[in-house]
Design a protein around this ligand. Sequence first.
Ligand SMILES: NC(=O)c1ccc[n+]([C@@H]2O[C@H](COP(=O)([O-])OP(=O)(O)OC[C@H]3O[C@@H](n4cnc5c(N)ncnc54)[C@H](OP(=O)(O)O)[C@@H]3O)[C@@H](O)[C@H]2O)c1
Length: 123
Amino acid sequence: MLSGKTALITGGSRGIGRATAIEFASQGADVAIIYAGNETAAQETLDACREKGVRAMAYKCDVSDFAAAKETVAKVKADLGRIDVLVNSAGITRDKLIAMMGEEDFDSVLDVNLKGAFNMIKH
Ligand SMILES: NC(=O)c1ccc[n+]([C@@H]2O[C@H](COP(=O)([O-])OP(=O)(O)OC[C@H]3O[C@@H](n4cnc5c(N)ncnc54)[C@H](OP(=O)(O)O)[C@@H]3O)[C@@H](O)[C@H]2O)c1
């Protein structure tokens, strides 16, 4: 069991991140999720985690933004006291044939999926 531990899961509002958040909550860990903007989905994840009897908090943050990631990590520590586990699940896809894929698409994917993970690990 993970009671007394806190898991921070980026991309926790939907998909793999949501499933991971609920599993951590099932194991007794408090949960913090980061999401990009989907408030409804974030709230659904919080409700599902809280049903397991743990504390759960959601933070809107663009993980590709170094300063915003730093601020959010500090908020999580202030709210929940500690971070024991980090799961980097925030991600986007802009998959296309390379001839159709613009530079902005490529940069966006690297910014969120790669730099976002760096930012979170760093902070
Ligand atoms: N699903 C698969 O089969 C699969 C397989 C291999 C790899 N992956 C990779 O695993 C990751 C998660 O996949 P998924 O299927 O769970 O994705 P998903 O259902 O589309 O969920 C994406 C999550 O990332 C969040 N997010 C997106 N951009 C963000 C940003 N800039 N800052 C903070 N949060 C952001 C979204 O928040 P909002 O809800 O607020 O938009 C959402 O919580 C992706 O990188 C995906 O490419 C997925």
